[in-house]
Design a binder for this molecule. Structure first.
Ligand SMILES: [Ca+2]
Ligand SMILES: [Ca+2]
Length: 317
C-alpha cells in the first residue's frame, strides 16, 4: 500500500492554525505518494486508493473483469489560482487512463474520522489531459455518504450533475471547459445526518481566474449563485442546485460511511486521460475546503506571534 504524504504540511498546518476555532478540513487528498521509506514513488506507479487509516482500495463497481491498473500516480500536481489566492497543493496528482472500448467503473473509498451533521462542503480539481470527444463519457464522482454524489463528466454538452439515491438530480448549466482547462468543483450538501426536512445540494465549477476573483475576500454561496454563467473572471463556468423536500433518506457521513471517488468510463472507443487532484471535504465553509497560501505579511505576523509565545514561555520559567 502506498502512503500519501503531504509535502506542504507546513503550509497546510499554518492555514489550519489560522482558521478560527471550531473549523476543520476533515479529509484532504493531495495525491502525494511516497513509498514505505518516505521516498517519492515514480510517475506511472499504480495508485492503491485514498489516504487514511480507514481507506480502502479500488473496487470495480460490479465490472468484475477489470483490473485497476489505469489509476496511476503522476509526479506533478494540478495547481489552481495564482498570487495571493493560489490554492495550497501537495505534489502529485491522480491519472485515470481510459484505453477505449471498455466500460468500467472504479471506486476508492474511505470513512471519515468522525460523524458530522449539518452542511457538508467539498472541492476538487479536474482536468482532461488529452483530447476527448464531446460525446465521450468520463465521469469523476465524489459521493457524500451513501446517497448524494456530485460529478464532473463529459457527456454531450453537459459538464456536471448532482445525483443521488432517494434524492433528485440536476444537471449543471453554463459553459463547457476548454481542453486543458483545470476546473475546480465546489459543492455543498445540507441536512447531512438529518431525519426530516429538505436537502439541498449545490455544485459550482470555476476556472482558475474565477477562483482568484471570488476567493480573494472569501467564497460565499450567495456570490456564486448570483454570478453569471461563462468564462469571465466575474462569472462561474457552471452551476447546479437541487432541493428535495421529502427525500425519503438523508445523507449520513461518518467512519462507517463510504466517502468515495468514482471514475466511470463509457464504452466509447476513444482513449483519454483525466486528472483528479486536491480533494477536500469539510463541514464549515467553502473557504476551509479551498485553503490558499498565506501572504508573506501574514506569515510574518505568525512568526511574530510564535516568537512572542516562546518569549512568554521562557519568561514563565
Ligand atoms: Ca496534488
Ligand atoms: Ca468572494
Amino acid at each position: 500500500m502506498l502512503k500519501h504524504a503531504i509535502t506542504m504540511a507546513a503550509v497546510a498546518g499554518l492555514v489550519l492554525a489560522l482558521a478560527p476555532a471550531g473549523t476543520a478540513e476533515l479529509v484532504y487528498e493531495g495525491f502525494d505518494c511516497v513509498d514505505g521509506d518516505g521516498n517519492p514513488v515514480a510517475g506511472g506507479t499504480k495508485l492503491d486508493g485514498l489516504e487514511g487509516a480507514t481507506s480502502f482500495g479500488w473496487d470495480d463497481g460490479g465490472f468484475s473483469s477489470q483490473t485497476h491498473d489505469n489509476m496511476t500516480y503522476a509526479t506533478s500536481t494540478l495547481s489552481f489560482g495564482s498570487g495571493n489566492t493560489a490554492l495550497v497543493t501537495a505534489s502529485g496528482r491522480m491519472l485515470s487512463t481510459h484505453p477505449g472500448g471498455q466500460e468500467y467503473n472504479q471506486r476508492a473509498y474511505r470513512g471519515l474520522d468522525e460523524t458530522i451533521t449539518g452542511t457538508f462542503y467539498g472541492s476538487y480539481l479536474w482536468k482532461v489531459e488529452d483530447a476527448i470527444g464531446d460525446i465521450g463519457r468520463a465521469e469523476n464522482s465524489v459521493d457524500v455518504g451513501s446517497t448524494i454524489g456530485t460529478e464532473i463528466h463529459r457527456w454531450g454538452s453537459s459538464l456536471g450533475r448532482i445525483t443521488g439515491t432517494g434524492f433528485g438530480s440536476a444537471n449543471n448549466s453554463g459553459v463547457t471547459d476548454n481542453p486543458s482547462d483545470t476546473i475546480m468543483a465546489l459543492y455543498t450538501v445540507t441536512n447531512v445526518g438529518g431525519s426530516s426536512g429538505p436537502i439541498t445540494a449545490k455544485q459550482w465549477f470555476l476556472n482558475s481566474a474565477q477562483f482568484d476573483n471570488f476567493r480573494a475576500d472569501g467564497l460565499t454561496e450567495a456570490e456564486l449563485d448570483a454570478a453569471g454563467l461563462g468564462r469571465d473572471s466575474d462569472q462561474v463556468m457552471q452551476r447546479a442546485s437541487v432541493t428535495e423536500s421529502s427525500p425519503g433518506s438523508w445523507p449520513t457521513f461518518g467512519p462507517s460511511e463510504e466517502l468515495f471517488i468514482q471514475i466511470y468510463r463509457g464504452s466509447n472507443a476513444e482513449t483519454h486521460v483525466v486528472a483528479l487532484d486536491e480533494m477536500r471535504w469539510g463541514n464549515t465553509s467553502l473557504d476551509d475546503v479551498t485553503p490558499i497560501i498565506p501572504e508573506p505579511a501574514t506569515l510574518a505576523l505568525l512568526g511574530l506571534g510564535a516568537a512572542g509565545t516562546l518569549l512568554a514561555r521562557r519568561r514563565r520559567r
